[in-house]
Write a protein that binds this ligand. Sequence first.
Ligand SMILES: Nc1ncnc2c1ncn2[C@@H]1O[C@H](COP(=O)(O)OP(=O)(O)OP(=O)(O)O)[C@@H](O)[C@H]1O
Ligand SMILES: [Mg+2]
Length: 342
Amino acid sequence: MYETLVRDTDQPVPQPPVGSGGVHVTGLGKRFGDLWALRNFSITVTPGTVLGLLGHNGAGKTTAIRILTTLSQPTEGRATVAGFDVVRDAATVRQHIGVASQQATVDGLMSARLNLQTIGRLYGMPRREARERGDALLEQLDLTSFADGLVRTYSGGMRRRLDLAASLMNRPAVLFLDEPTTGLDPLSRSSLWDMLRDLVSEGTTVILTTQYLEEADQLADDIVVLDHGETVAHGTPQDLKSRIGEQRLDVHISDITQLVAAQQTLLPYADSEPIIDEAECVITVPIKPGTRIVDVVRTLDDAGIDAIDVARREATLDDVFVALTHKTQTERPNNASPQEQS
Ligand SMILES: Nc1ncnc2c1ncn2[C@@H]1O[C@H](COP(=O)(O)OP(=O)(O)OP(=O)(O)O)[C@@H](O)[C@H]1O
Ligand SMILES: [Mg+2]
């Protein structure tokens, strides 16, 4: 419980060296036995901006967050957070960060109010300040009416919000959020996004992981896509979208047995390989500029393929993600190699 908090001294919290805020990461790596969970991870996050870490399950997102929040030691490389080294100055780093991890960090057997007060006290706040800060955050996160209920009776969404409140108690310079909106309903999700935007506009630096690409698109200034621990892409949401071609055609086929034939038929219009979604019976085609839908429909018809719907749209981050992680998912079952032992 409260594993990221330390207060072993009443000394004032050291302030970051001038001009060294944000996060700087160079060649960070973490190995578990034969498996490199993270490798060659390098990034600079400017203060007051949001970095989104994207990747499939097991890509290395939580591993990166755990190292940057001092919960885990890197195997190689180094990182500073708010100007302090995550290994050498771990205790100081903890004073300047907030963390909402994938597992709930609040205590289920206490009320929300008491949880936040306890965290405030652990950070060295006087009792009254801890209470006032906690109550203000409960209000901000719409938890006031449940503030005195035991946290174990909370719904998943309420708990996520309380985790976020807990991570904000010390007014962190850098906030780490590991899948902050998993399990939230759309309304809670968008109100949490608004709250994060406010924090960022006030200068907070945010690193978040998410499975929701729309979330990254909405919030992140910069995105890193991880796959098997490696960085496979890095750029702004717009950079990444334009890198894979802007326009997509979603072709919905009525008969699943025609999917492969349809994919072949669509090749002349494709800029890169069309992607089959068997579950939805949809083929997504990154189309060549100037492609006319009427031609596509006619070609499908001539080939005897029954298309229910053909729709043109702009590329989304989902497309980026599929395009970038698709091959490595199937071609690289494991990134470990025996020589990498040390
Ligand atoms: N303590 C550990 N011991 C051994 N292997 C680990 C440990 N922690 C993580 N791993 C492995 O490292 C890889 C990366 O895990 P990580 O938790 O960072 O992924 P993730 O991107 O956060 O995934 P998810 O989306 O499921 O949360 C996985 O293959 C995982 O099994
Ligand atoms: Mg994770």
